[in-house]
Design a protein around this ligand. Structure first.
Ligand code: SF4
Length: 205
């Protein structure tokens, strides 16, 4: 009997598949669908943007409500395959985003809030080698006071040729990748209104 290439592949493929199922001794399709159901039950995928650099890769955060106590339980952070920038990929920093919030404890084998995660501002005084925790109000007041003092002391209304410049070259503004377009537009407007000339962004460096 003449056997075509298609018939040969069909017969050998079916034989290998049936051997695997028989060898394992159970119905794989039923088991696979059950596992799939358990693992994805109540899981919520939320698309977001990686905050670490100006590439702006798209990520999907998978979470389940209810645990731990302070919010949803994170399950995974993956590159977003629908995002045209990274098409599902993520570099080592983006792939490690999950660990900003949670880690697996080697002692308990459980997932827990990362004890290294900083949740309060840290301040290091001039000439000190120690960081101390401060509350947000203290930090905002300190930044505002120092900003105003430096600007007041260094503001230039006219340059050496008598030309009005209204600038302050003693301060600089640095944007970060965690800021979105609208926030950066407001920041750059504010800085220009205050006379800043050194306005940069991490993505250009
Ligand atoms: S995944 Fe990597 S390359 Fe992409 S935005 Fe994050 S840090 Fe940048």
């Amino acid at each position: 009997m003449k056997v075509t290439r298609r018939q040969f592949l069909k017969v050998t493929g079916a034989t290998v598949a049936s051997f695997a199922v028989v060898d394992l001794g159970f119905d794989l399709s039923a088991t696979a669908s059950e596992v799939q159901g358990v693992r994805t039950k109540d899981v919520k995928p939320v698309p977001t943007i990686c905050p670490f650099c100006g590439a702006g890769c798209g990520l999907v955060v998978y979470s389940r409500d209810g645990a731990p106590a302070d919010g949803p339980q994170l399950l995974s952070v993956q590159g977003d395959p629908d995002n045209p920038i990274n098409r599902g990929g993520a570099c080592s920093k983006g792939s490690a985003l999950f660990n900003i919030r949670e880690v697996y404890s080697p002692e308990t084998g459980e997932q827990e809030i990362n004890p290294e995660r900083k949740t309060k501002p840290l301040y290091r005084a001039p000439k000190s080698d120690k960081w101390v925790e401060k509350d947000w109000d203290w930090m905002f007041d300190e930044i505002a006071n120092r900003f105003k003092k430096t600007r007041d002391e260094n503001f230039e209304y006219k340059d050496e040729n008598g030309i009005i410049v209204s600038r302050c070259e003693a301060l600089a503004s640095m944007g970060g990748a965690a800021l979105d377009n609208e926030e950066l537009q407001l920041i750059s407007k504010l800085m220009r209104a205050l006379g800043m000339t050194y306005i940069e962004h991490q993505a250009r460096i």
